[in-house]
Design a binder for this molecule. Structure first.
Ligand code: GMT
Length: 384
């Protein structure tokens, strides 16, 4: 198939999923056309079967806000027409599904190649496009309209599908296709761990990790609160991977607790798959997670997560089996549990094994990508 993919190309779970999906589909022989504002950060630009089309937005002194959505719709229509795309797959509803709807309608009435053609588009809902920013009255009606007009809609968890029905009143079919991970890439390799871990912790220290875009929804300051309590109880270090608006709040809190020297503020990293397996535990105390891709990547790397019981997280983490779940903000309970399990190595190892098994049995790219392929075929069949 020839598939156009649009996503946010910089940091963020939806961009990661969209890019990894494109890479996996390309490796299975599909022609993938990324139509994005810049090259998705996980692409090298040298992958076979992957093409990148940059959306450039013309500015004009009159424009207080340059209309990216219109430039995107135009580029989608051009690329679809020129390369005879079978479908568009947009990730994150705002504004991508609205642009895709426009592109699809443009091609129905006027094609550059002077032939009318149908361009189905599929919208994948990822989370904050529904649970947070999508609820804003300035976006909700148009987002609902574009979701309803999509030729196919997928959600990354059952929870998100239900939220979309409740909050948006969407009545049409929403296919649940959960997040996935490349289980060959995200895997603990003991020789690599032996080589790299000494850069971050000594053998007697526990190593914790947090990975996110440091937005308020991630509650990064709770990570510091938990870690400060752990570091008072046992020798420990923390790797913070990622960057974003709450990084300086995290730094200030680390100073206040006097644990700044025990924390590696690593910023944005490309080799997350090499860093995650170095840790003993992940901390993901989010206010909301429609799925929790970061926890899945950790689990595939044999690192169980201490997380909050929110959104779609319980669809991934079985409390006490392959991770531990807590109410939002209960940093005392999270710290107590972290200390207990770090002091009980056999239990930690059993949980790490179970975390890896969960990723392998249910969330490997090898089993999730065919679900997307099958869904594409069903949507295309419906168009005939
Ligand atoms: O808010 C974010 O963390 C970014 C957001 C995105 O769309 O980029 O992440 C969402 O999509 C991820 C991939 O599908 C999910 O694993 C995350 O749980 C989800 N984040 C939230 O729901 C807060």
């Amino acid at each position: 198939m020839k598939i156009g993919i649009t996503c946010y190309p910089t940091y963020g779970g939806s961009g990661v999923v969209a890019t990894e999906l494109g890479i996996e589909l390309a490796s299975r022989g599909h022609q993938i056309h990324f139509i994005t504002s810049s090259q998705p950060f996980r692409l090298t630009g040298r992958e076979a079967n992957i093409h990148f089309h940059e959306v450039s937005v013309a500015t004009y002194p009159l424009f207080e806000y340059p209309p990216y959505d219109l430039a995107l719709a135009t580029r989608m229509a051009e690329v679809a027409d020129f390369y005879s795309l079978d479908l568009l797959h947009v990730h994150y509803a705002i504004p991508h599904s609205v642009s895709a709807l426009l592109a699809s309608q443009m091609l129905e009435t006027h094609s550059l190649l002077a032939r009318r053609r149908r361009l189905p588009f599929i919208t994948t809902l990822h989370g904050t496009d529904i649970t947070l920013i999508g609820l804003d009255p300035s976006y909700l009606p148009i987002t609902r309209f574009a979701i309803e007009r999509s030729h196919g809609v997928t959600a990354i968890s059952q929870h998100l599908a239900e939220r979309t029905r409740e909050a948006f009143g969407v009545t049409g079919e929403i296919e649940v296709i959960r997040n996935f991970v490349n289980c060959d890439l995200y895997v603990r390799k003991p020789e690599l761990v032996a080589q790299m871990r000494p850069q971050f912790a000594t053998p007697d220290e526990a190593l914790l990790v947090h990975l996110s875009n440091f937005r308020p929804v991630k509650r990064v300051t709770d990570v510091i609160e938990v870690f400060a309590r752990v570091a008072r109880a046992l020798p420990a270090r923390l790797m913070l991977i990622g960057d974003g608006p709450d990084r300086s709040a995290a730094e200030h809190l680390a100073l206040r607790h006097n644990v700044q020297d025990r924390i590696h503020f690593l910023g944005k990293q490309d080799n997350v798959n090499e860093l995650l397996p170095l840790a003993d535990l992940m901390i993901m105390p989010s206010q909301m997670e429609s799925f929790g891709l970061a926890a899945l990547e950790a689990m595939a790397s044999s690192v169980p997560a201490i997380a909050t019981r929110v959104g779609g997280v319980p669809e991934l983490i079985d409390d006490q089996i392959n991770g531990l779940l807590f109410p939002i903000g209960d940093v005392e309970a999270m710290a107590t549990a972290a200390i207990a399990i770090l002091n009980d190595r056999p239990r930690l190892e059993a949980m790490a094994l179970s975390a890896r098994r969960t990723a392998q049995d249910r969330f490997c790219a090898s089993s999730i990508i065919p679900l997307y392929e099958d869904y594409y075929s069903r949507v295309l069949d419906r168009m005939d």
